[in-house]
Design a protein around this ligand. Structure first.
Ligand SMILES: [Zn+2]
Length: 313
């Protein structure tokens, strides 16, 4: 875990992307401290808050959750006294999402299937005990602006892109934007709600801000080139999926046939199956918030990973 000052008073807390759950956070020291996202568990979030306390010793006054996924909010209770801000959909889905007990039970069950084992192994460094879900209570329906003692922080609603409640935090004077999982940099993206077009529109909005530094939800810092790379990935995967959908190939067969080229070097390229499945859902007219069959797709991702490994051997 590494703290980087990326502009005066603007920080990123970065974790190397090692697969499921390894997310980034942000911090702005003005206005009593603004945290952007907590981490997957209490231990990692405590370590992160210690780094922020080295910048200003007082407990941060505000927390923004970019979206509801557990790797961005399961440390929220450590900032329970702060004003916790998020989109209305973020708060609603956080309360109705996976519980810490359920994930612990899932990963520690005997005789895990290969896909579940692959997922569980990534999560082995996290401790899901003691977590109390603490959703945002200051709820947003659209864009807003915070005045951090004379420093502006704009919260922009860009969902549904990765999830229904995606927001990003833009510091116009510092030329920095914290984008949560709207940007995965050099790691394979996954979307839980939304459409390809909606996600691409969100990426275009980020590029339109012309930021100098972008703090992605996963992966290293980037600039607008990183956003363009992700946009190109989506366009490519969408077009390839269309081709195989029209040939009536099952999604997993399509994923096997897609040549990832440079994207094969991104973390967990086998998560491609989630994106092909999302494209297929769109092609058959499925709703943008149709339930993702996570357990089945984990098995397919694992199978696809075996295919890649076999292909390289
Ligand atoms: Zn995430």
């Amino acid at each position: 875990m590494e703290l980087r000052e990326i502009a005066p008073g603007a920080y990123a807390c970065l974790q190397e992307d090692r697969g499921w759950g390894w997310s980034n956070s942000g911090f702005v020291s003005a206005g009593g401290g603004l945290v952007i996202d907590t981490l997957m568990d209490l231990g990692h979030t405590r370590k992160m808050l210690d780094l922020y306390a080295g910048v200003i010793p007082d407990k941060p006054r505000r927390l923004v959750n970019t979206h509801h996924n557990v790797d961005h909010c399961w440390g929220n209770q450590l900032l329970a006294d702060a004003e916790i801000i998020g989109h209305r959909e973020c708060a609603a889905r956080m309360a109705g999402d996976l519980s810490p007990e359920a994930i612990q039970a899932m990963i520690s069950a005997p005789d895990l299937s290969p896909g579940a084992r692959w997922f569980a192994d990534d999560l082995a460094d996290f401790d899901f005990s003691g977590i109390t879900l603490t959703p945002p209570t200051t709820l947003l329906d659209g864009d807003t602006e915070l005045d951090l003692g004379g420093v502006s922080a704009r919260i922009l609603y860009v969902g549904p892109a990765h999830t229904a409640g995606d927001v990003i935090v833009h510091l116009p004077e510092q030329n920095v934007v914290y984008v949560g999982d709207v940007v995965f940099h050099r790691c394979t993206p996954i979307g839980w709600e939304g459409t390809f077009a909606g996600w691409i529109a969100a990426l275009d909005r980020i590029v339109g801000l012309a930021p100098e530094t972008i703090v992605p939800g996963h992966g290293p810092l980037c600039d607008v080139e990183g956003v363009r790379e992700l946009r190109a990935y989506f366009e490519y995967v969408y077009a390839e999926s269309r081709r195989y959908y029209d040939q009536e190939l099952p999604a997993l067969e399509a994923a096997r046939k897609i040549d990832l080229g440079p994207y094969a070097a991104w973390t967990q390229p086998e998560r491609l199956i989630f994106n092909v499945e999302r494209a297929y859902r769109e092609f058959r007219g499925g709703a943008w918030d149709e339930n993702v069959e996570v357990m089945r797709l984990l098995e397919d991702a694992w199978t696809l990973g075996q295919h890649y490994r076999g292909g390289r051997a």
